[in-house]
Every structure is written in structure tokens, then in C-alpha cells.
Design a protein around this ligand. Structure first.
Ligand SMILES: Cc1cc2nc3c(=O)[nH]c(=O)nc-3n(C[C@H](O)[C@H](O)[C@H](O)COP(=O)(O)OP(=O)(O)OC[C@H]3O[C@@H](n4cnc5c(N)ncnc54)[C@H](O)[C@@H]3O)c2cc1C
Length: 554
């Protein structure tokens, strides 16, 4: 029987990796060379994955089966066959194993997040990458040797999780009440309320925050542990109370977990426990940002194709000036969020050798992670929402995959630290770590090599003015009040500089940035004298999507 899913989803058949010209230009700028698995992944996502995910989302969500036939507690999270198939296929593209066995960098893993771009399924891989990273960097030799190789097992690779949030607080990890007691043969963890535990039931082990008995109050008293799902004797190490009923990200089970003397292995030193927890969280902040942009790209790809096929008032809707403007502006915003997220990924990867209390490079990567998460989450919510509107009433229907993109995008500003928490995190990296100094230096180096000298001089001034203004705000003691605006403004500056820098390269796709950078600059810094002409003359920054879809159909 013929598969007719392409009649429900227009961009089926495009390659979400190699056909994505702005992505290719940005990756070339960041010095990344992908492999054939990434092209395979790009095709797999459009050919099979979206269809399977659409099915899982509507009809096949994970279900908790707490009890066995004989009445024993088993906490089995049952996945549909489609779900198991998808996890297996994604593992085979090396999303985790390449990072664990060192054949590819952490940056490679981040790039896969853009291509997969499903905040539910990719959450499973984010949490696994974080857990493997934590074991690799912070476990003692014995713990690392016992558990890490399992994450790159070719037949039955392990999955990970991070259980930090408790019922009394997610933003405020210092409020954690879970307790760790030290015994001769390791730690035992107890606590009834790990309240948002994604990947529960899939994970074979989790990174868990807890307070060692007798430690300080607040965040400084937090330590970080690896907790396997099974004890040494094979019995369950923790209990899953229930799974949450969520608006989106249906494909990742999010549970509530209880610990009662769970066997645990300390990661890093007690002194720097909260640092370790936050470093691991940076991986998910960056993955989250990159996946958020990836979701936006898929939704927008779909909307663009739709706009060339739908007619209103006698012509294609894409030919109506007002909609043409919307689409060019959306593309510019999407590319901006993408380049900031990729820069955060690149810098985190490069800084990952740094140990607590960390060096300048790490502090810069932390600042970039907050900028990226914020700009990507905002952009993703906007682009996925407006893509629905471009598809008119049809965009709002759950009968097609479009609506799911928006549902999945909304969580990206909440989990791994809300937008307010990102703003406060940015303040800390600037006020206490002076990461602004490294960022300004990096921006000025890029600006200095721009070909358009008049533009370079304007951007140099904008950079100086922005950071002088931030300095005055911080001095006046109003930093917290203005922090979210500052977060957005720094993100916009970084995006603009990166976009013009990419436009100056001669890699395929960089010409797209020449127009989108101008549109973005006009919107956020200096309105162009003839903005209408600029926007309407920039149609090529979106036409590559319908071109790719047309050749995929041939
Ligand atoms: C689908 C889903 C999956 C999740 N999976 C996991 C997981 O696997 N592991 C895990 O550990 N957690 C997970 N979480 C939890 C998530 O990280 C937290 O929900 C999030 O960090 C916010 O914490 P909270 O819900 O306790 O909200 P709160 O911390 O109570 O915050 C409530 C509101 O207050 C604001 N706020 C709090 N403090 C401040 C402040 N100082 N200044 C200004 N505003 C402030 C916040 O921005 C927010 O708007 C998940 C959440 C969701 C929705």
C-alpha cells in the first residue's frame, strides 16, 4: 500500500541536514565538517521520523505499568513499537556513541539536535549525553569503567537522565531536600520528590542532586551523584510514582521519582557539587536551544512550501507583500537564533576540559548558553506559532504535524531554567565572572575582520554603547530588574555580528546571510532607509526551502 504521509506533510523527502543551506554556511563558519551519517540522519528525519513521531504523539505515548502479573512492583514504562524503533535508529546514527568513544566531538552531538529537532525524543538523547559526559569527566576510575562503556554499547546502549527538580523547587536547586548518607561501600540516597524526572523508565542511570548529611544549607551544600536504575543485586534502585500528562514533548516520559536508600556514586568533589550539576545542565541548555531552532526550521519549512501552493485573492499567498515581509523577517530571526546557539555549542565543546572553579573560556560558554537558550526559545515559539498562522486554519489542526511543532516549542523556555533564570545566570557570569570581557573581545575581533568597513565601524560603536549602558545599569543596582532586556540585547548583538561574519565567507549558503543579516540589523539596530525594498528584495533567503522540496519530490 502506498504511503501517503507526504499528503499530510509537505517537506517529507527534504534532507534536514544537507538541504539546509544556512545551517551548512554556519557550520562551515564554525569549522565543522560533518560526516555521511548526518546526511543520513537528515533524510531519515524527514522520511520516517516525523511520521512516526506524529503517531507516537497522538496515539502511542509512553505508559507506566507499575505492577507485574504476580503483583510485584516493576515500574515498566511501556513504549510503542514505533518509539522503540525510532530510538534504535537514532542510536545507530551515533548521537551518543561517537561522543563517548571519542570519534566525534560534543559539538557533533549538538548538531544532531538541530537535525532531529524534536524536543521530546531529543530530550532522551540530551539526558543521555549529559549522563555520559558526567561519568566521563567526573566519575572515579572504577565507576567510569563500570558504567561509561555501556553508553556506547552497539547492541543495547544505555540511556541517562538528570533528576534535579523537586516538588519545592526547580529553579532553586538549593532547596533540594534529597539526602545522601555515606557508607563504607558508597552513598545511599533518599528523598520522595524528584518531581520532574524525564526519561524515567527509559534511563538505565541518572545524574541526581542530593545533600550529603551534614553539608551546608543552600546550593553550596548540593552534591552530584550517578544513580543506576538497578542496584548491584539487580533489584530496582528507585520507584517511579507516576508519569506526567504534558502539553508537548509526549515522546519523552516525564515522571516523579522516589528514592529510598538508592545506591549512588559521587561525581566530582563534594566541594564543587553544584558546579558539576550546573555544568551538566549547560549541555541541556545548549541542546535545548539548538533543538528549539531545529523545530522552528521544520515548522517554517512546512509553512514556506504551503505558502507557495495556497492561493488567496487570485495569487499565491507568498506573493502578497505583507506575508512576504513576515516570512523574510522570520527567516532572519531563525538564522539569528541558530548562529547564537551554534556559537554556544562550539564554545562549550572547547571549554569542556575546564574544571571547577573554571577558566575564562568556560565562563564565556556559560554566558553564551544563557543567551542562546533565551533567544532560541523565544524565536522557536514565535516561528512555530506564526508558521501555523501561515497555514491558516489548517495550521491549527491536530490532523497534521504542524501544531505539534508549536506545542513542543513552548517548553523550551521553561525546562533547564526558565527565561528569568537565564537572565539571572547571565548577570552572574557578567558581574562575578566578568565573562563580558571575553565576549566583547571576541565580538570586536569578528567585527574587525568584516569587509564592509562602514558597517564594522557602526557595529563597533553599538558594542561599546551596549556594554557601557549595561555597566551603568549594573552600577546603579538595577541589574536584576533589567536583566531580561539585557539578555535579549546581548543576544541580538552576537547574532548580528555572527550573521555578517558568515555572510563574508564564500561557503555555500553564505549569500543567504548577506540579506538576512541586513534585515536583522535593520529590525534590531538601525532601520534601513528603504526597508520595504530591502525585505522584498530578500526573497531568496527563503526560496531555497521550496526549491529543495521541489527537487526532493522529483
Ligand atoms: C516537560 C518537562 C520536563 C522536565 N524534565 C526535568 C528533568 O528531567 N529533570 C529535572 O530535574 N527537571 C525537569 N523539569 C523541571 C524544570 O527544569 C523546571 O520545571 C524548571 O526549571 C522550573 O522550575 P519550577 O517548575 O520549580 O518553577 P519555579 O522554580 O517554581 O519557578 C516558577 C516561576 O518563578 C520564576 N522564578 C523563580 N525564581 C525566580 C527568580 N529568582 N527571579 C525571577 N523569577 C523567578 C520562574 O522563572 C518561573 O516563571 C522538567 C519540566 C518540564 C515542564
Amino acid at each position: 500500500m502506498k504511503n501517503r504521509f507526504s499528503e499530510l506533510f509537505h517537506s517529507k523527502g527534504v534532507n534536514y541536514y544537507s538541504d539546509d543551506l544556512p545551517l551548512q554556511a554556519a557550520l562551515a563558519f564554525f569549522g565543522f565538517e560533518g560526516d555521511s551519517d548526518l546526511s543520513g540522519l537528515g533524510r531519515f528525519v524527514s522520511e520516517e521520523f516525523i511520521e512516526a513521531l506524529d503517531y507516537i504523539d497522538h496515539y502511542g505515548k509512553p505508559v507506566l505499568k507499575p505492577w507485574s502479573l504476580t503483583g510485584e512492583r516493576i515500574d515498566y514504562v511501556r513504549l510503542s513499537p514505533e518509539h522503540r524503533y525510532i530510538l534504535d535508529r537514532l542510536q545507530r546514527f551515533g548521537l551518543i556513541s561517537k561522543m563517548v568513544n571519542g570519534s566525534e566531538s560534543l559539538f557533533y552531538h549538538f548538531v544532531t539536535g538541530y537535525v532531529v529537532s524534536d524536543s521530546g525524543i531529543f530530550c532522551t538523547f540530551t539526558l543521555t549525553a549529559q549522563t555520559a559526559y558526567a561519568l566521563q569527566k567526573y566519575a572515579d576510575e572504577g565507576t567510569r569503567r563500570s558504567f561509561l562503556p555501556k553508553f556506547s554499547d552497539p547492541e543495547e546502549p544505555w540511556y541517562g537522565a538528570t533528576f534535579y527538580t523537586e516538588i519545592q523547587g526547580g529553579s532553586d536547586l538549593g532547596a533540594n531536600k534529597t539526602v545522601a548518607r555515606e557508607r563504607d561501600d558508597g552513598f545511599l540516597i533518599s528523598g520522595p520528590d524528584k518531581y520532574f524526572a524525564s526519561n524515567a523508565g527509559i534511563a538505565d542511570g541518572a545524574v541526581v542532586t542530593a545533600r550529603i548529611e551534614g553539608s551546608k544549607d543552600g546550593a553550596k551544600g548540593i552534591s552530584t551523584f550517578f544513580v543506576p536504575a538497578l542496584r548491584r543485586d539487580g533489584s530496582r534502585n528507585y520507584t517511579i510514582r507516576r508519569l506526567k500528562d504534558k502539553l508537548g514533548t509526549v515522546a519523552v516520559p516525564t515522571g516523579e521519582v522516589e528514592f529510598d536508600d538508592a545506591e549512588a556514586f559521587l561525581l566530582g568533589s563534594r566541594e564543587y557539587g553544584i558546579y558539576v550539576a550546573m555544568e551538566i545542565l549547560s549541555i541541556s541548555r545548549i541542546d535545548d536551544a539548538i533543538a528549539a531552532v531545529g523545530i522552528a526550521r521544520k515548522a517554517f519549512w512546512e509553512a514556506c512550501i504551503y505558502s507557495t501552493e495556497r492561493y488567496a485573492f487570485g495569487k499565491r499567498i507568498s506573493d502578497h507583500e505583507l506575508l512576504a515581509r513576515d516570512m523574510v523577517e522570520m527567516e532572519a530571526e531563525l538564522e539569528a537564533a541558530m548562529v547564537v546557539s551554534l556559537m554556544a555549542a562550539r564554545e562549550f565543546d572547547r571549554a569542556s576540559g575546564s574544571m571547577p572553579p573554571y577558566d575564562e573560556r568556560y565562563n564565556l560558554s556559560r554566558l553564551l548558553a544563557s543567551l542562546a537558550k533565551n533567544v532560541a526559545a523565544e524565536t522557536s515559539a514565535m516561528v512555530t506559532r506564526y508558521s501555523m498562522e501561515i497555514a491558516g486554519g489548517i495550521g491549527f489542526l491536530e490532523e497534521f504535524p504542524m501544531a505539534k511543532f508549536h506545542r513542543d516549542s513552548i517548553v523550551t523556555s521553561i525546562w533547564e531554567g526558565t527565561s528569568n533564570i537565564q537572565a539571572l545566570e547571565m548577570l552572574e557570569t557578567i558581574v562575578r565572572k566578568r565573562a563580558d570581557i571575553s565576549l566583547i573581545k571576541r565580538m570586536k575581533e569578528l567585527i574587525a575582520s568584516l569587509k564592509d568597513r562602514a558597517l564594522a565601524s557602526d557595529l563597533e560603536k553599538e558594542t561599546t554603547l551596549l556594554f557601557e549602558r549595561i555597566g551603568r545599569v549594573l552600577k546603579s543596582g538595577e541589574g536584576e530588574f533589567h536583566s531580561k532586556t539585557i539578555l535579549m540585547e546581548i543576544g541580538e548583538l552576537v547574532a548580528t555580528v555572527l550573521m555578517f561574519s558568515i555572510a563574508d565567507r564564500s561557503a555555500p549558503g553564505s549569500e543567504i546571510f548577506r540579506s538576512s543579516a541586513k534585515v536583522y540589523y535593520a529590525r534590531h539596530f538601525r532601520m534601513a532607509e528603504d526597508y520595504r525594498k530591502l525585505v522584498l528584495g530578500s526573497g531568496s533567503i527563503i526560496s531555497w526551502m521550496s526549491d529543495a522540496a521541489a527537487s526532493a519530490k522529483k
